[in-house]
Design a protein around this ligand. Structure first.
Ligand SMILES: Nc1ncnc2c1ncn2[C@@H]1O[C@H](COP(=O)(O)OP(=O)(O)OP(=O)(O)O)[C@@H](O)[C@H]1O
Length: 696
């Protein structure tokens, strides 16, 4: 194979072998044709979870909470909701809910289950993700949804009364929403003993989850001593067995450039392995775009590599582009899907035989002391690595190539990742809990407590934005409107201020662009051309107004991909911006914001941005060192990021959207402001001192 796969490193291993545990050989036919000729019913019965159908239904009947651990692909997500439906848990207008951390998984799993049940998606089986509800209030019995959407549903129905069973799937991911949800569900159970919870994953720590749900409350008994309520101690069920074998291959030596290693591994697989699609896990839009480009060049330059279909997959891609990964691969061709961890859990991509795992993902890390949140490329956990490998071996045997050594996997990788709760900014989480009437955030029953510093910092930020009042309750209407918009509160505040200033159309466009990682194409080795392209749109006001110029140009070009190509603009990202913009306009209208354009008045635009981001104000200290700024609050040393159109322009006063730290703290998305706007926007935060604003 390639230079990365030294002879001897190809020791085939079974996933179950990794911990020296039981090796399970699949009883399913391990031919490459997989389940090709079996009926759907037969396929369902062959899944490992099928043998546990009765046990699962018994445990759910008798226990308030059931924790189910079973290998990836064993059938948890697609089968358990169906078993519950068959057993009558959706009778009498009740609904069985199954949550997922990601939207893509919700849609994919719902359509698979609808297919297996032979019903139309949106009727008996439906799904709800943010901005999209494909359910029917009269007929839906099984509903898939993101955990974030279920949290929002609690604002209207705090006890989630329409659900009989809630299955929290992929609970090992410990996303912010999953953790909040688990804490709230535990509370709901006390008020609704008839509600059943299922917590499931392939890689969950069942014992700690079980002790979290352990409650000492006494059950009511009937006259003859029979149980009127389910047992309050959680049941744990381990589903043995997996669908098909996945051979794990490790590197003999670590590599320094995982992107290059991933590209070489894909090409080696294509050259040497039988047909079958390849799923590659990289970290984000930038390295995925770079890998797509390298592979595309390879296909053009080398006839040997023809027949490859290269597809990116990340959340910033428009839906139509994301859907391409599910389309069947034409005969004689091989699909290469290059993805973030969006494809790490729950997804079945039918053609995938090979998985290439870089060992990294982009993760948020927040420092409440400096109030800096960084999105950094960090090593994944063993749990993530197992989920990634589990994307192969779902409909036929597979192989997983890990771009790290076995020793590293065993000795260096953490078993589980750090819960998002303990490494992110908590402002959105605090708003959600406050909107649900939970005032004592630190005293909430957390599965893993957030740091008090992070909670205090979040309260401070929300207070300064006038989202919380002196009693730390949501203000009316601002606080409740911000909870309704449910974006980063600084962005929500900017949108609300734009309503007053008459520039909501433009600010909504800017908000949509800020929610995309980048609208520029990052091409290795073409920095000069990219900088020149940016200059065509750049204005002295800064990045936000520059984005509006790009958006205008894109519309004027008739949303042309050619125009994007010529201007180093990411066409997929721009299409996504249009999608998000439409969604934001709908929310804005729902909460009573008038859609209005300021017709090119950049001053009101920048005032609206300042109203949201005033806490991120800086002034220029010195032109030396490439322009050193200090934050008005906290006097932190910061610099304009080279990707900003204001890099080297260095206006005297600026505000920024976010900081990234590498060798220095860099401001991203920067706009020049007049310092008097700071006091105008936040008189409670800044005061005048010798003509300049200073923070209280
Ligand atoms: N869209 C699909 N096309 C073909 N087969 C599918 C599809 N979705 C699921 N399957 C089959 O059903 C099996 C079980 O999938 P399911 O998602 O229920 O497993 P799981 O135990 O929840 O796995 P994970 O922990 O990875 O989410 C898959 O391994 C595959 O064989």
């Amino acid at each position: 194979m390639s230079q990365f796969w030294k002879p001897g490193s190809e020791r085939p291993r079974l996933i179950d072998d990794e911990e020296g545990g039981v090796i399970f050989y699949s009883s399913s036919p391990s031919t490459s044709s997989g389940f090709g000729y079996a009926t759907i019913e037969k396929q369902r019965q062959r899944l490992p979870v099928y043998k546990y159908r009765t046990a699962i239904l018994y445990l759910v009947e008798t226990h308030a909470t059931t924790i189910i651990v079973g290998e990836t692909g064993s059938g948890k997500t697609t089968q358990i909701p169906q078993y519950l439906n068959e057993a009558g848990w959706a009778e009498g207008g009740r609904i069985i809910a199954c949550t997922q951390p990601r939207r893509l998984a919700v849609q994919a799993v719902a359509s698979r289950v609808a297919e297996e049940m032979g019903v139309k998606l949106g009727e008996e089986v439906g799904y709800t993700i943010r901005f999209e509800d494909l359910t029917n209030p009269d007929t839906t019995k099984v509903k898939f949804l993101t955990d974030g959407v279920l949290l929002r549903e609690m604002m209207d129905d705090p006890l989630l009364t329409k659900y009989s069973v809630i299955m929290v799937d992929e609970a090992h991911e410990r996303s912010l929403s999953t953790d909040i949800l688990l804490g709230l569900l535990k509370k709901i159970q006390r008020r609704r003993p008839e509600l059943r919870l299922i917590i499931s994953s392939a890689t969950i720590e069942a014992k700690s989850m079980s002790s979290f749900f352990q409650t000492s409350s006494k059950k009511r008994k009937g006259q003859t001593g029979e149980d009127l309520e389910p047992r309050t101690d959680p049941a744990i069920l381990s589903v043995e067995g997996r669908g098909f074998n996945v051979q794990i291959h490790y590197l003999e030596e670590p590599v320094s450039d995982y992107l290059q290693a991933a590209v070489s591994t894909v090409l080696s697989i294509h050259d040497q392995e039988p047909m079958g699609d390849i799923l590659v896990f990289l970290t984000g839009q930038d390295d995925i775009d770079a890998a797509v480009q390298l592979l595309t060049e390879e296909v053009h330059n080398n006839r040997k590599h023809s027949g490859l279909i290269i597809l990116p997959l990340y959340s910033g891609l428009p839906r139509a582009e994301q859907d391409l990964v599910f389309s069947p691969t034409p005969r004689g061709q091989r699909k290469i899907i290059i993805s973030t961890n969006i494809a790490e859990t729950s997804l079945t991509l039918e053609g995938i035989v090979y998985v290439v795992d870089s060992g990294f993902s982009k993760q948020r890390f927040y420092n409440p002391i400096s109030n800096i949140e960084n999105l950094v490329v960090a090593p994944i956990s063993q749990a993530s690595a197992r989920q990634r490998a589990g994307r192969a071996g779902r409909v036929r045997p597979g192989k997983c190539y890990r771009l790290y050594t076995e020793e590293y996997f065993v000795k260096e990788m953490s078993t589980q990742g750090i819960p998002e709760m303990q490494r992110t900014n908590l402002v959105s989480c605090v708003i959600q809990l406050k909107a649900l009437g939970i005032d004592n955030i630190l005293g909430f029953d957390w599965l893993a407590s957030p740091s008090p510093e992070a909670v205090i910092r979040a309260l401070e930020v929300l207070y300064s934005l006038r989202i919380l009042d002196d009693d730390a309750k949501l203000t009316s209407p601002t606080g409740f409107q911000v909870a309704e918009i449910s974006l980063d509160p600084m962005i929500s505040k900017m949108i609300l201020s734009a309503n007053l200033l008459g520039c909501s159309e433009e600010i909504i466009t800017i908000s949509a662009i800020l929610s995309i990682q980048s609208i520029w194409v990052s091409v290795r080795g073409s920095q000069k051309e990219l900088d020149e392209a940016k200059l065509r749109f750049a204005v002295a006001e800064g990045d936000h107004v520059t984005y509006l110029n790009v958006y205008k140009g894109f519309l004027e070009s008739g949303k042309s991909s050619q125009w994007c190509y010529k201007n180093f603009i990411n066409y997929h990202a721009m299409k996504k911006v249009i999608e998000i913009r439409e969604q934001l306009r709908r929310i804005a209208q729902r909460i009573g914001i008038a859609l209005k354009s300021c017709e090119g008045n950049t001053e009101v635009l920048r005032k609206a941005i300042t109203a949201g981001f005033f806490a991120n104000a800086c002034h220029l200290e010195t032109f030396s060192k490439g322009g050193m700024y200090k934050t008005v609050r906290g006097s932190q040393e910061v610099y304009i990021h080279p990707s900003s159109v204001l890099f080297r322009v260095n206006p005297k006063w600026v505000i920024f959207h976010s900081l990234v730290s590498t060798d220095r703290q860099y401001m991203r998305n920067v706009t020049a402001i007049d310092p008097s706007w700071l006091i105008e926007a936040a008189p409670h935060f800044y005061e005048h001192q010798r003509g300049n604003p200073v923070a209280y």
